[in-house]
Design a protein around this ligand. Sequence first.
Ligand code: HC0
Ligand code: SF4
Length: 575
Amino acid sequence: MVNLTIDGKSISVKENTTIMEAARQNGIPIPSLCYLKGINEIAACRVCVVELVGKERLITSCNNVAEEGMVIFTNSPKVRKDRRTNVELILSQHDCQCVTCARSGCCSLQKIANDLNIIDIPYRQEIDRREWNQDFPLIRDSAKCIKCMRCIQICDKVQKLSVWDVEGTGSRTTVNVSGHMNIEDAPCSLCGQCITHCPVGALRERDDTEKVWDAMADEKKTVVVQVAPAVRTSWGEQTGLAPEEASVGKIMDALKRMGADYVFDTVFSADLTIMEEANEFVRRFTAGELKSYPMFTSCCPGWVRFAKSQYPHLVKYLSTAKSPQQMFGAVMKTYFAEKIGKRPEDIYTVSVMPCVAKKAEREQELFYEEYAGHDVDAVITTRELVKMMRSAHISPETLRDIPGDSPMQEGTGAGVIFGVTGGVMEAALRTAYAVITGENPDADAFEAVRSPGFNANEGVSEAELTINGIRIRTAVVSGLGNTRTLLDRMEKGEVQYDFVEVMACPGGCVGGGGQPIHDGQELAFDRGRQLYRLDSDCKIRFSHENPDIRKLYEEYMGQPLSHKAHMLLHTEHGM
Ligand code: HC0
Ligand code: SF4
């Protein structure tokens, strides 16, 4: 242990603890803009400066280690003056039009400038404005970038994709797409982790809310909305509702008040995905197709994009099942459209997702005897949903819990846990067991596939299960860096599996790039626990027992993997 004094308080911390962490551990927060523990400790912003008695120059606290006998002041007049100058210099290169910024009210720079009582910027403004493809689902605004380097580090260290890089030198140093590429040519998975880790508004999703408002106002369109599992775990964070109060039923009420004609829970189509995917797995496994590589889940478009750009030879091992988002879109424009006497082109399908990559996934096409447009017409993130609620002047406390519409109303606990890493695998195994043995397992029989992240914050879990004497080796991984490590081990023959679930975002969709942003806090695992609670509270916990799914097969699809199911519910992933 080392002993030191911070702001007059005597403290002891473990050796090699940074001054920043030593202070935090003792209830003394030091402000910063660029710091991300263990990921970005490079003192780029110099907001975390502190005074070390005996040293004339201030030092940065995020990358200097606490030493025995240090006497530190985190907020002395000298520190305040220097910190203020550093923030003023950052502001001189920042487009400070806060009122039109997507991050207004949730911006660390705005907060810190305000905390430091900066009401004027004494330096000449020099803003770096660059062109960007505004149609791409991920938008970068160079004029807002504060060169904190967090996006570079998240993409390098956590996602191991290195989409971002430093460009230029000296005062012209900035961030841009690596290799001077256009973003649409870069291997971006669209996981959106750079957005949720950006302290300002330099990165955001493409706004699709106006399209949705237009469709809602168009009398010729029937607007049909689905809400993803993970959205219910987080929308309350931005609306002031506690997790138990922020139900999916209230989101449905809000959507109807805004102008949606029909609202559904994506949990229904998560169950449908399981029907197709579990049956596909049993078929491919028993046919001996999975000898060299396992079947991979395909419902995460971030992962599918990553596989296509980084491991194209593995794409044929992806499940051909479309994601729940896409399956629901296809069902809305066919089965449901017929039920309400509409043509596919009269239906406008909207998804509320915790995800940025879903905005690209929606471009998949729908063939219903002939080309019938897209499964999904617009995707909005959880953040965009809350923005729409605000602009509709909906007070969250006035929302009531309403059910989704018929005939796709039911969803099971198995579908609910899709939103958390391990959930798709667990749900699929519950149904695969029933397909193989003809009877249900205990609903919690496959808890072993739940992410160890719930204990140890690791990204991979492995489980070997025996069903009717058949051994099935599974792995679950979240985060693309962890995925790369796992795939490389598979390629070297160090590990072998039959079925693997991959989610691009650490913790799964609960940690998605479209979720509310809380700078410096990782909430995926807390949100994931909510989904496990909802699953254990569900009356039905097996996708194959969903009565509305049974009805869909009886009335329309026939059997899982039928010709019609193949046409509407499967895809070759663009191969
Ligand atoms: Fe997910 Fe999904 S679980 S990917 O995270 O499979 O986005 O929540 O909606 O589609 O259901 C996201 C979340 C979904 C889909 C589902 C899957
Ligand atoms: Fe989107 Fe979920 Fe995949 Fe993240 S894990 S990219 S939120 S589908």
